[in-house]
Design a protein around this ligand. Sequence first.
Ligand SMILES: *Cc1c(COP(=O)(O)O)cnc(C)c1O
Length: 390
Amino acid sequence: MLSIWARNIAPSPTLAVDAKAKALRAEGRDVCGFGAGEPDFDTPAFIKAACARALDEGRTKYAPTAGVPALRRAIADSYNARGFAVSENQVVVSPGGKMSCYLAILATVSPGDEVIIPAPFWVSYPEMVKLAGGVPRFVPAEDSAGFKITPGQLRAAITPRTRLLVLNSPSNPTGAVYTEPELRALVGVALEAGLFVLSDEIYEQLVYDGQAACHPALFGGEAAGRVITVSGFAKTYSMTGWRLGTLVASREVASAVADLQSQTTSNVTTFAQHGALAVFEQPALARAAVAEMLAHFDRRRLSLLAGLNAIGGVRCYRSQGAFYLFPNIGAFGLGSDEFCARLLDEELVAAVPGSAFGAEGYVRLSYATADATIEKGLERLARFCGRLRR
Ligand SMILES: *Cc1c(COP(=O)(O)O)cnc(C)c1O
């Protein structure tokens, strides 16, 4: 018999939807894919060129576990320019933001510890907590509250066994962005209770409507020591396949994370790290690349949002971050799994059921896809929903 880890793990439902859509496409079917959690742009050329140069120069050997020194320093400098006061040994570069989150959880959660996760949540948090022997405790972030939890809800969920609060703003799957006062209030409650806070800021640069993501680690007092800040290159620079995540934490947590990494993955691919370094060495190009992608995302966000809300029975919150919309489909009387399965079968539209994110009655649509796909996908979705209402 396989281990309890193997038996208890649920495979990633978002990757599964994406795989099914890709398989249908490989059969020549015209699938409109809203399932993918990745930008549809190529990685900016200057980043690829820096990586190719590193490969040519023979940077193909092991690097220090926690990251290439120049990259760790550049990441520390970049946070310090935003008000942090961290040294490079508080920075760990890991194979993806996903791994950064997992190692942060392994470094802080012991068997039996409880971890508070606002729901809807990113699919991996509960599974990672379980792999650490911890117990996920969900707090519902209601649609009517902009998919945000309140300090009162958080306080009520804390028990003597609670160790960690997971925050993800901008959020996958809802696109909700907490304001600074809202986050300050939540982090205040967590710190008062002596919790660690995992702040997953992977979408920090993908914000709209004049919103700005903020850093809970800067909230003063205990925050710098207790907040673990995770980010990465995947979503901001369209580098999902490069596997490059970052973690900034207290010296104690960062060195525990580096030790865990030293016995598991070792360093991130050395030449990939040199590619990422170009983001800091050529900041004007990096800013321009992000601004261009952001303009496309924002246009698509607004057209998908308007199209969804024009479909009878669909109600969609105006998300302000990441590249997802999370419409309510409760009016159709189908579970989200069945809704998405039939949508793919009958109309070749791929979306991820809300059940995957702990939110029945919703589906997640990614607008990191071509404008033409959004237009065609909306027509198909409208036809599908029209049939369900008859
Ligand atoms: C995509 C994503 C990550 C990490 O992605 P990587 O590809 O592992 O860098 C982390 N958190 C959330 C919420 C994400 O959506």
